[in-house]
Write a protein that binds this ligand. Structure first.
Ligand code: AMP
Length: 509
């Protein structure tokens, strides 16, 4: 199957050729003809399957007819985070290079005035986060009654971030007769309910990301005490000793920890940037750009801020905090070892993390070797320190949401924004990191298991901390693992990665 059989316009085919794509991915092959036939589509697919082009390409074809009117966008794409919205805009630049369409990005953290000017000029494609979209609508600066095509992307993450009430409000502002494309990585009951409300007789397309992305990741864990400064000290030593170090993402469970760790690393001379939901948009953009272009060697991030982002392969992933859910672990380590490159993922494990580590090892189907002595699980029991639950108490907000969302009363949530000083995320003038003397590591290699899906879940607070434990020094590893095959994936867009060719199931929902 080639792109020319899908019904796309010549201009779009020209842009696809220029992008170097030879074959549509399964979701593109299955979805594009239905989108062009004006059917509603329920796409169960996650990032990495080519789902963005599955809606962008037919949209471009359809938008060739007709014109935009002032303040009345013709199409609307809803994204849960500003970064994802910006990524979709980039795809319009790439695939729409032969078109003269007005594409507007309406996201929080940037000036209303510029966005308003774009809306006045007339918008063919409006890409928005729900909160800022409603802000414009409530001010009377935006009319959604002209929307012919609505796309709800990453619906399960919208749920995770508390956006569903906003999505439902937006649903009442767009015409009943519009076409709707609905994408989600998972289908929990709440998402099924929203899909049922939004879609009319949809075509259901389900693609899975394979569990066999051919990559090589060395996984290790290192015991640490519970005290923050001890963990930070251990992390610094591990980074400095890392072999083949190029750059790293360091994951923390909470954005407060991200900010703290970032400050600490910068003060110790590392060129690091931070990414979390409390940063304003310019700081987030600057941080990502600095990491992408190599100015910054370390990106300290929370899961929610980093999810779905197109961050190039990194040599190392560090889990400063062990994630509470094993799927998050798989997702995090999948940031390294991409496209056939080798990568290393090292987790700092405190005694309280024992059960989380057990769940991770169960999911991975293997023990993760220790650098040095294993963490002592009994300390967690001594303090009554059960691993924290996966769900927040009712009514408690997601820690990431405060930077993006709206209050439960429907008002704008301003409290979370701009709390973080700008300089925290700006690229720092620091000594570049270099790989130094190695820790004694046999470097066991293991398969990378792709995350089966990016599951929404609530982030717990840290309440039950264990008693302080003496820190173990990272000197010894154990249990070498078998090495796996090299990658079949190509790093550039000129070659279709094998995983994108997995089969789909399609049926009417
Ligand atoms: P997405 O799932 O939309 O985030 O896309 C994942 C990656 O696959 C992006 O970097 C796209 O540029 C790339 N991609 C999308 N469609 C194709 C295709 N047909 N052939 C090769 N690469 C593609």
């Amino acid at each position: 199957m080639s792109f020319s059989h899908l019904g796309l316009s010549d201009k779009v085919i020209g842009a696809i050729d220029a992008a170097g794509y030879k074959t549509p991915t399964p979701i593109q092959e299955q979805a594009i003809p239905h989108v062009l036939a004006r059917r509603d589509v329920l796409g169960i697919a996650q990032t990495g399957t080519g789902k963005t082009a599955a809606f962008v390409l037919p949209m471009l074809t359809m938008l060739e007819k007709g014109r935009a009117r002032a303040r009345m966008p013709r199409t609307l794409i809803l994204e849960p985070t500003r970064e994802l919205a910006a990524q979709v805009e980039e795809q319009f630049d790439k695939y729409g290079k032969n078109h003269k369409l007005n594409v507007a990005l309406i996201i929080g953290g940037v000036s209303f005035g510029d966005q308003d000017m774009k809306l006045v000029r007339g918008v063919d494609v409006l890409i928005a986060t729900p909160g800022r979209l409603l802000d414009h609508s409530e001010r009377g600066r935006l009319l959604l009654s002209g929307v012919e095509l609505l796309i709800i992307d990453e619906a399960d993450r919208m749920l995770d971030m508390g956006f569903i009430p906003d999505i439902e409000r937006i649903g009442k502002l767009v015409p009943f007769t519009r076409q709707t494309l609905f994408f989600t990585a998972t289908m929990p009951p709440e998402i099924q309910r929203i899909a049922d409300n939004f879609l009319h007789n949809p075509v259901r397309i389900e693609v899975s990301k394979p569990a066999t992305a051919a990559t090589t990741i060395t996984q290790l864990q290192c015991a640490v005490g519970r005290e923050g400064h001890e963990k930070r000290d251990t992390l610094r030593r591990i980074i400095r000793a890392a072999e083949n170090f190029k750059n790293a993402i360091i994951f923390c469970n909470r954005k407060r920890e991200v900010a703290l760790l970032h400050k600490s690393l910068v003060s110790h001379g590392f060129n690091a940037v931070a990414l979390h939901g409390d940063l304003d948009q310019s700081a987030r953009t600057a941080a990502l750009e600095a990491f992408r272009n190599g100015t910054a060697k370390l990106l300290i991030a929370s899961d929610v801020a980093a999810r779905g982002l197109d961050i190039p392969a990194v040599s190392h992933v560090f889990n400063f905090d062990v994630p509470h859910h094993p799927d998050d672990y798989v997702h995090r380590i999948g940031r390294t070892g991409r496209a056939g490159l080798t990568g290393t993922a090292i987790s700092l494990v405190a005694p309280i993390d024992a059960k989380s580590v057990q769940a991770i090892e169960n999911l991975m189907g293997m023990p993760i070797p220790w650098i040095g002595e294993p963490a002592k699980a009994e300390a967690a029991e001594a303090t009554g320190g059960e691993p924290r639950p996966n769900r927040r108490p009712p009514g408690e907000r997601s820690s990431e949401r405060s930077g993006e969302g709206r209050s439960s009363r429907g008002g704008r949530n301003r409290g979370g924004r701009d709390r973080q000083p700008r300089q925290d995320a700006a690229p720092q003038e620091q000594v570049p990191l270099e790989a130094k003397a190695p820790v004694e590591q046999p470097q066991p290699h293991v398969d990378q298991a792709q995350p089966a899906r990016e599951q929404p879940r609530h982030r717990p607070d840290s309440r039950h901390e264990p008693k302080r434990q003496p820190e173990k020094s990272p000197v010894r590893t154990s249990q070498p693992q078998p090495k796996r095959e090299p990658a079949a994936e190509e790093p550039d867009g000129s070659h279709l990665p094998a995983f994108l060719l997995r089969p789909v199931t399609i049926k009417s929902a």
